[in-house]
Design a protein around this ligand. Structure first.
Ligand SMILES: NC(=O)c1ccc[n+]([C@@H]2O[C@H](COP(=O)([O-])OP(=O)(O)OC[C@H]3O[C@@H](n4cnc5c(N)ncnc54)[C@H](O)[C@@H]3O)[C@@H](O)[C@H]2O)c1
Length: 357
């Protein structure tokens, strides 16, 4: 079986590749994977990534790049001809599409790139996948898995959670482009019969996340003795999941998900940004104590426009239908993540320098 992963050098894509090619899958998940994969041969991964965010040497650290079951192609999903040629050359049995522009702040400043990659790039992939699938006798096992976010549902008040039936109501350019891509994927299933599965997940955390995202930003600012900026009053609430739990859920959706169906993924860990920041600072105080608490570096900054108040996922469909449960608690996951950033300054320091330079 050959799996084409787009965006496999990114935070979540690399976690999926580590789960599949490394020893990340254990026990019942490994058995499900072997059984659903249905072949004795190991799965081969073709990773297509434009390396828009990180240089190749840092990307190599995140994926088991020396595995004989791994091929890396530096390519851009905005290049329709290039993407067609990758399908015809590598002949994938399935696609997991994660490549995207992902930072909300960048999308507010430069929305065009988000429209080109997240909407037109997804359109190119759908066209290439459809032509390839139709041109090869419409193999029954073929799947196109589109990876998306809970942000497509917009904002919640104090109560309620997003289910797969919730209305789409994206409120910033990033979530609007992800919502558009979700609609395209659904249309390619309904109109052309392309065998798709979809998933929408809440906020991820864990190793190899870019230092511009909230949790790595708190850790790296604290370790560099810089102010830790928190938007508004820090009351925005997010539902957190460890990236390894998301990666296992994605593999289950790809292998076991019902064609045409979408699955909401979340670990039921709601926390507001201020609580989260204080918890990360407390962990740093324990693991790398200094004279004063890292929480003294917290600074409130002007809120982001269109900032959604609260997201929360109802994960009952994936729990019941695909027998998936998160395994990593917020306490343990956060502690491991802080430890990872403490031990891997070589990975994140050049990225922080690039941001500030
Ligand atoms: N991080 C989260 O909390 C979260 C939650 C739910 C869903 N998602 C979704 O998961 C996917 C992966 O997110 P992530 O956090 O790993 O993001 P990321 O920014 O870490 O990784 C995205 C990857 O896509 C690549 N890429 C960007 N533009 C490209 C292009 N035009 N052609 C080819 N490759 C390109 C980048 O080089 C990068 O390696 C995205 O689709 C995102 O919307 C993320």
């Amino acid at each position: 079986m050959k799996l084409l992963v787009t965006g496999g050098c990114g935070f979540i894509g690399s976690a999926v590749i580590r789960q599949i090619l490394g020893d990340g899958l254990t026990g019942s998940d490994k058995r499900v994977f072997e059984c659903q994969n249905g072949r004795d041969q190991p799965l081969h991964i073709v990773n297509v990534d434009a390396l828009t965010m990180i240089p190749a040497e840092l990307a190599r650290a995140a994926v088991p790049s020396r595995s004989k079951n791994y091929t890396f192609i530096q390519a851009d999903i905005r290049d329709a001809v290039g993407i067609d040629s990758i399908f015809n050359t590598h002949r994938p049995d399935a696609v997991m599409h994660l490549a995207a522009e992902t930072h909300v702040d960048h999308s507010i400043q430069h929305p065009k790139g988000f429209i080109e990659t997240n909407i037109l790039g997804t359109f190119n992939l759908l066209n290439a996948a459809l032509a390839y699938w139709q041109g090869n006798g419409q193999p029954a096992g073929f799947r196109f898995h589109h990876v998306s976010t809970d942000e497509v549902y917009g904002r919640l008040g104090d109560h309620g959670r997003f289910s797969e039936e919730s209305c789409y109501n994206p409120c910033n350019p990033y979530s609007a482009t992800k919502a558009s891509s979700d609609h395209l994927v659904r249309a390619w299933f309904e109109t052309y019969g392309l065998p798709v599965v979809m998933s929408n997940c809440s906020n991820n955390f864990g190793p190899f996340q870019l230092p511009e995202k909230l949790i790595p930003k708190i850790i790296t600012c604290a370790l560099d003795g810089k102010d830790i900026p928190i938007y508004g009053e820090g009351k925005q609430c997010r539902d957190w999941i460890h990236v390894s739990d998301h990666a296992i859920a994605l593999i289950k959706v790809l292998l076991q998900g019902q064609i045409g169906r979408s699955y909401n993924i979340g670990a039921e860990n709601e926390m507001n940004n201020m609580e989260l920041t204080r918890q990360v600072c407390n962990i740093l105080d324990q693991l790398r104590p200094q004279n004063s608490s890292y929480s003294e570096l917290i600074r409130m900054v002007e809120d982001r426009p269109g900032h959604d108040f609260r997201y929360a996922i109802d994960p009952s469909r994936i729990q019941k239908e695909l027998d998936w449960q998160p395994k990593i608690t917020m306490d343990i996951g956060l502690k491991d993540t802080v430890k990872w950033y403490l031990e891997n300054r070589d990975w994140w320091n050049p990225l922080v320098d690039k941001q500030s330079g």
